[in-house]
Design a binder for this molecule. Structure first.
Ligand code: HEM
Length: 580
């Protein structure tokens, strides 16, 4: 679709947003019911609900002045979200970026003290940055934050290293590997359900019909066990036990997250490592994990066998005890990579694959737990496909509604909600928007946020964007102004199992796009589908309180402030004998 055909009168749209912290439910209500006019024409109701003009604080004025002085006219007529700084306090950044997106349009500049960020919420512009001119940008501030943790792993790697490592790693996610991993997903999810069944039995002995627990923490343990086994054949066993390595992994993940939300790179000051207790703990945690990973790498190297190489070349994983990615990297590429590089790769996948999947499961559970009829629909599908069995790959193809629930959760809660880039040379973004028919110029060194959250909730591309409607992926038409969902027909159980950025022409890109797209996308989709499947096969789920009580915070991913507290019951309606 040409970008000009999608041009919309942004300025006419209702400015939207409320001050202070907002819960996810409030955000949903705001957009769904407060009079957004689908024809993009200003309507009376929308006007009457405009938020009052924002009063600028001294900080806003100082921030704008500084931004104008330092960045001023360098990006031509690009709209500026002025007076924005004070809005940033007390709510996650991506919420504020959404408000300004509705107010200023799909490409705007965020005045932020000495820095200006360009915020992109347009599919064609996102496609340009991620795919067409992918090597004109790097990961900017994200690489600075992650380099001390992931070294030269794929996410922060410089271009030269990235090219070599990407070529080494991507073949590791071959179809036979994904098939073999389904068993790992099953076994780990079974551990979780067994644990929950035990807890329920204890509750039932005490005449209680349900248990209350924080599902976010259960999903976090599940995702950690899966990533440990599938990437380096190490059983964290975190669903059932605590260990120093698990503690260290959680410590490191939390530091990575803290760094991504903190504006001053405190970790770069050499003395901080010695003096600040938090930094000392981080260094100690990192050492525990690095020692563990080095041990696993040496073990894999010592047990390397020529026969294994042949088996892997034939992709016949049924003949090997260890089908992990580490085994693939050591056996197939062992000679090419230093221990340090392998360790960086493993650490990157541990972090990239853990928190994201845990968050997808959390928000899928959050949405489903508010929709008992959807849970029943998912359960009916699971019962009819599995008849009490554990799922295998063939079953996944038939669990269409469940797969769409996972995709829809990723639409509403993309993990991460923002992609970060910095321009390496001057560029011109695709134009066609109101006020910039020619496209904005981007000088070298500009930091950009591509907001997946905004793209996935854009009223221009999604009908009732805030509504959880898994079946929207079946009905979307090319006439929506984009290419449509060509190639996605999950009803036939063949072809792509999940919608992606190519089919949606970059209006749905939960795994990014272009050369830096996630290497674990199919892995993660399948893992999340199986995790949910095995949970809902056995249990009914409801929120303990109201959705408004689930406060949202964000670091690298979107998660809850105090856990996703749910009530879990044995399924009443389940008449099938379900194997344990
Ligand atoms: C639901 C779970 C997941 C989500 C939502 C997700 C999302 C993403 C996204 C959006 C990117 C692109 C980042 C960017 O362009 O800046 C990315 C990159 C990446 N992801 Fe994932 N991911 C998930 C699971 C995984 C898993 C399971 C693995 C590995 C086992 C993994 C490994 C990576 C790596 C290595 C990259 C960097 C790729 C590169 O720069 O070449 N991810 N992921």
């Amino acid at each position: 679709a040409s970008s000009s055909s999608r041009c919309s009168p942004w300025k006419q749209r209702r400015p939207y947003g409320i001050n202070g912290r907002r819960t996810m439910h409030q955000s949903i209500r705001q957009v769904s019911f407060s009079g957004w006019c689908p024809l993009n024409v200003r309507c009376a109701k929308a006007d009457s609900q405009r938020k009052p003009a924002k009063e600028w604080t001294l900080m806003d004025n100082a921030s704008n002045l500084l931004t104008s002085l330092l960045n001023g006219g360098s990006m031509g007529s690009m709209p500026i979200a002025e007076g924005a700084v004070s809005d940033l306090f007390g709510k996650p950044l991506f919420f504020a970026l959404y408000d300004w997106f509705l107010e200023h349009g799909p490409v705007y500049k965020l005045a932020f003290g000495p820095k200006a960020f360009v915020v992109v919420s347009d599919p064609i512009v996102a496609r340009h940055i991620l795919r067409e001119n992918a090597f004109g940008y790097d990961k900017g501030v994200l690489a600075d934050i992650l380099e001390p943790i992931m070294g030269k792993g794929l996410i922060p790697a410089d271009l030269e290293t990235w090219k070599v490592r990407r070529r080494a790693i991507v073949p590791g996610f071959h179809t036979a590997y994904l098939e073999a991993m389904v068993e790992v997903f099953d076994n780990c999810a079974a551990r979780t359900t067994e644990k929950l069944e035990k807890l329920l039995s204890i509750a039932e002995d005490n005449n209680m019909s349900h248990i209350e627990l924080d599902m976010e923490s259960e999903f976090s343990n599940l995702a950690l066990d899966i990533i440990g086994l599938s990437v380096f054949n190490y059983d964290f066993g975190s669903v059932t036990k605590e260990s120093p390595v698990i503690q260290a992994v959680y410590g490191t993940l939390s530091e990575a997250e803290h760094r991504s939300t903190f504006y001053i790179p405190y970790w770069k000051f050499p003395l901080a490592r010695l003096l600040v207790p938090r930094q000392r703990k981080f260094q100690a945690d990192l050492k525990v994990i690095n020692d563990c990973l080095d041990g696993l790498i040496s073990r894999a190297r010592e047990t390397r066998q020529e026969e294994d190489v042949e088996v892997l070349q034939q992709r016949d994983l049924s003949k090997t005890e260890d089908s992990s990615l580490l085994r693939f990297l050591v056996d197939m590429r062992g000679e090419d990579s230093s221990t340090k590089q392998l360790r960086d790769d493993l650490m990157t996948m541990l972090i990239a694959g853990h928190e994201t999947t845990a968050a997808v499961l959390t928000w899928a559970a959050f949405m489903l737990a508010q929709n008992p009829s959807m849970i029943s629909k998912v359960q009916a599908e699971i019962d009819s496909v599995l008849e009490g069995r554990r799922p295998c790959l063939e079953d996944l193809k038939k669990l269409q509604f469940l797969r769409l629930c996972v995709a829809e959760s990723l639409r509403l809660y993309p993990q991460p909600p923002l992609l970060i880039r910095r321009s390496l040379k001057p560029d011109t973004l695709p134009g066609g928007h109101k006020g910039d028919p020619a496209g904005y110029s981007i000088p070298k060194g500009v930091d950009l946020f591509i907001s997946l959250y905004n793209l996935h909730r854009s009223p221009d591309f999604w009908e009732e964007p805030e509504k959880f409607n898994p079946e929207r992926f079946l009905t979307r038409k090319a006439s929506d102004g984009i290419t449509g969902w060509a190639g996605f027909d999950p009803t036939k159980g063949q072809g792509a199992l999940y919608p992606n950025e190519v089919m949606s022409d970059f209006s749905f890109l939960p795994f990014g796009g272009g050369p830096r797209k996630c290497v674990g996308d199919q892995f993660a989709f399948m893992e999340s589908t199986i995790g949910l499947c095995m949970l809902l096969q056995k249990f009914d789920l409801e929120l303990r309180g109201s959705p408004e009580e689930v406060e949202v915070v964000t670091g690298a991913t979107i998660h809850t402030k105090a856990g996703l507290w749910c009530r879990l019951r044995r399924r009443q309606s389940c008449t099938l004998s379900i194997e344990s």
